[in-house]
Design a protein around this ligand. Structure first.
Ligand SMILES: Nc1nc2c(ncn2[C@@H]2O[C@H](COP(=O)(O)OP(=O)(O)OP(=O)(O)O)[C@@H](O)[C@H]2O)c(=O)[nH]1
Ligand SMILES: [Mg+2]
Length: 319
């Protein structure tokens, strides 16, 4: 499963308190103030990584705290700073503070951003000595580290988009090729939101079925056509048990074109899905009819290992 959203709580470390102390040495009965400052609390950073499954780890652990600064010590010694915490996020993640609405974005791997600053250490009493007060008991408390509740959202651009009529098996293919667990069912419009999966580093998007009139707002397809605008190529699925695969193909192409002519220019591979439901003879006929499209056509069935392997390799080249 690819988790593309998570809500987490982060808390930067608190600053250490300043120290109140007085020099106590042999032969110096009334030493001056020597309380040191508290250390700063650790901050929390996010660092970009390539791995697009990087949000999965937030499914179980959702609260993160950076180390507090140590309190100041005698002899003007500053307390140790708390260690910073660096959390890895996949490039393309948008971070939103649910309390303040501030947002950040991790654009690329290697990039690091500070999202929660650690508290500052308080000053020790050594800082408060003056001509009129040789024995100050004043000190400062460390300040609190920043706390935030964050929504992490991964905005992925798929390499390949699976399109076609409802129920042709798009989600089934996605599930077979990736670790995705998209809902599959023998009725139309099972898929309501695009599903994403990763196959050997290639991001696949399974889209809701398109029907005639989709570009005008029918069915569910239209809302998601914008998702395929940035894909490199389309994988157009027509079912082997269709009465008229060529018409299905053309209908879907028409909706694509009505929505945005540019979509028709993308490289496209045609898959004759559910090939197990058709005889060899039928498959030959379907292929013959689809020649008109001048596109590469491959048969596939989720029950046919060899075909799945062939298509898998072909998809990798296409991406
Ligand atoms: N025989 C056979 N059935 C399949 C194959 N692939 C999928 N199916 C079945 O076809 C039905 C529809 O599959 P889905 O994967 O949900 O189809 P879809 O294209 O995602 O459908 P929508 O989300 O509604 O657009 C399910 O009952 C699947 O079990 C296949 O290769 N062979
Ligand atoms: Mg589906």
């Amino acid at each position: 499963m690819l988790v593309d959203e998570a809500v987490i709580k982060i808390e930067a470390g608190n600053g250490g308190n300043g120290k109140v102390s007085f020099r106590r040495e042999k032969f110096v009965p009334k030493g001056g103030p020597d309380g040191g400052d508290g250390g700063n609390g650790g901050s929390i950073y996010f660092r970009g990584i390539e791995d697009i499954t990087g949000l999965n780890k937030f499914r179980f652990k959702k609260e993160f705290k950076a180390q507090d600064g140590e309190p100041g010590q005698s002899r003007k010694k500053t307390g140790a700073n708390g260690r910073d915490l660096v959390l890895a996020l996949p490039a393309g993640t948008v971070i939103k503070d649910l309390g303040t609405d501030e947002t950040w974005e991790i654009v690329q791997a290697g990039e690091e951003i500070l999202v929660a600053e650690g508290g500052k250490g308080g000053r020790g009493n050594w800082h408060f000595r003056s001509a009129t007060n040789q024995t100050p008991k004043e000190f400062e408390y460390g300040t609190y580290g920043r706390k935030r509740e964050l929504l992490l959202e991964l905005r992925l651009v798929a390499d390949l988009g699976f399109i076609g009529f409802p129920s042709v098996g798009k989600s089934s293919l996605l599930n077979e090729f990736t670790q995705a667990s998209a809902k599959v069912a023998p009725y139309h419009f099972t898929t309501l939101e695009p599903n994403l999966g990763v196959m050997d580093g290639v991001i696949l998007a399974d889209l809701p079925g398109l029907i005639e009139g989709a570009s005008g707002g029918k069915g569910l397809g239209i809302k998601f056509l914008k998702h395929i605008k940035r894909t490199k190529a389309l994988v157009h699925c027509v079912s082997a048990d269709s009465k008229n695969p060529l018409k299905d193909y053309k209908d879907v192409r028409k909706e694509l074109g009505d929505y945005d002519k540019e979509l028709l220019l993308k490289p496209e591979l045609i898959l004759i899905t559910k090939s197990d439901l058709a005889s060899k003879e039928d498959l030959k006929n379907i292929k013959e009819k689809l020649k008109e499209t001048k596109k590469e056509v491959l048969p596939v069935s989720i029950y046919d290992y060899d075909q799945m392997q062939t298509v898998r390799e072909r998809l990798k080249k296409l991406a």
